[in-house]
Design a protein around this ligand. Structure first.
Ligand SMILES: CC(C)(COP(=O)(O)OP(=O)(O)OC[C@H]1O[C@@H](n2cnc3c(N)ncnc32)[C@H](O)[C@@H]1OP(=O)(O)O)[C@@H](O)C(=O)NCCC(=O)NCCS
Length: 334
């Protein structure tokens, strides 16, 4: 969505749980090897939330850091969006739980958004649209997932891929102290491919029962090869389209910030735009796939690692369950 009013990013934060599982953990538990995991995915370790650390807790931690970065108190936020595929529970909205955990006492709208691992960019577009309406000044956008809560620890094809984590952004129409300008967002989805990545049970289609638990249907199920193909095809399409409509050559993008699922997927995107891998921010070797929060975590690491300079153009590109794809271009202005 092209912005008619300028929308700024005032603060950025991310959070990873303290506990780390390396590939050696899986080697000791199942028929897999560090070599298989690294060569197929690039992942070496991932952070795992404790049993009593929920999606809302990780969301709250990232939000606090983003608010501090924006030099803002929670009370100055007038809308909270949380995107995830692992909300604390079906309802109430995790955004309402985060509002309470932040000690945000003023009444403000809080809502959840589900767009798989593209949730952050979907939420940017929703937040930008709300800001354009002029009803709000500062919107807190949080992407948080505890994917390990729906990971089947007996399924070697999926359990080695995922980790937990969150990222958060303060979006505003105020320019004062801004880190970045939101230039454009582009969203897409291919519902015909939704069957390749899903959590079959626990919703209204297949309510929880002893049978669904016995059949392990509350865990994430994935057809990895199909997801891989959909991801590459979809990410290239949204990236080409957003670059074209903004008349930006790939070489003008300082860093691409892809969803952190698989190094080979990211390499395919780099090939498609003929850019070297050093133009891609990659953190998945230490995080695994953290779902909705992943590209925000990557940006935050680049920001805090001192990689970003004034006027850098950055391009997010994501894919996830749905199958959703999304891209956003931001200009770093700090
Ligand atoms: C999951 C993924 C890494 C698997 O890699 P792949 O090259 O497609 O591997 P395949 O699924 O074809 O499996 C190849 C073999 O490895 C085996 N295998 C699967 N997981 C394994 C593991 N952890 N260790 C060792 N072997 C494993 C399979 O059983 C299969 O064995 P077989 O040939 O005897 O049947 C890859 O498909 C992928 O990354 N897909 C995208 C997933 C994704 O990003 N999901 C998140 C979306 S947000």
């Amino acid at each position: 969505m092209k912005q008619t009013k300028e929308i700024y990013i005032l603060g950025i934060g991310s959070y990873l749980p303290r506990r780390i599982l390396t590939n050696a953990y899986f080697e000791s538990r199942m028929d897999t090897t560090d070599e298989w995991i690294v060569s197929r995915t690039g992942i070496r370790e991932r952070h795992i939330a404790d049993d009593d650390e929920y999606t809302s807790d990780m969301a709250t931690e990232a939000a606090k850091i983003a608010l501090e970065d924006a030099k803002m108190s929670a009370q100055e936020i007038d809308c909270i969006l949380v995107c995830s595929v692992t909300f604390d529970m079906a309802f109430p909205a995790t955004a309402c739980i985060v509002q309470k955990k932040l000690g945000h006492s003023a009444s403000c709208p809080c809502m959840d958004i589900e767009a798989g691992c593209s949730g952050l960019i979907y939420s940017f577009e929703v937040a930008a649209g709300l800001l354009q309406l002029g009803h709000y000044k500062n919107i807190l956008v949080i992407a948080s997932d505890k994917l390990t809560s729906i990971t089947d620890w007996n399924d070697r094809a999926t359990c080695v891929l995922f980790g937990d984590g969150s990222s958060a952004f303060v979006l505003s129409t105020e320019k004062n102290g801004a880190k970045a300008l939101l230039v454009d967002t582009l969203l897409s989805a291919e519902g015909k491919d939704a069957e390749h990545l899903l959590q079959p049970a626990g919703g209204s289609a297949m309510p929880a029962s002893h049978e669904t638990v016995d059949k392990r249907l509350h865990f994430l199920h994935m057809n990895g090869r199909e997801v891989f193909k959909c991801a590459v095809r979809g990410m290239i399409a949204v990236l080409e389209k957003i670059l074209q409509r903004n008349q930006i050559q790939p070489s003008a993008i300082r860093y691409f910030i892809p969803h952190q699922a698989n190094l080979r997927i990211i390499e395919s995107i780099a090939d498609s735009v003929s850019m070297a891998m050093d133009r891609f921010i990659v953190v998945l070797q230490n995080t695994g796939n953290t779902s909705a929060g992943s590209s925000g975590i990557a940006l935050d690491h680049a920001y805090r690692g001192g990689k970003l300079a004034k006027d850098d153009l950055l391009a997010f590109v994501t894919f996830g369950g749905g199958m959703t794809c999304a891209s956003a271009i931001i200009r770093w202005i700090a």
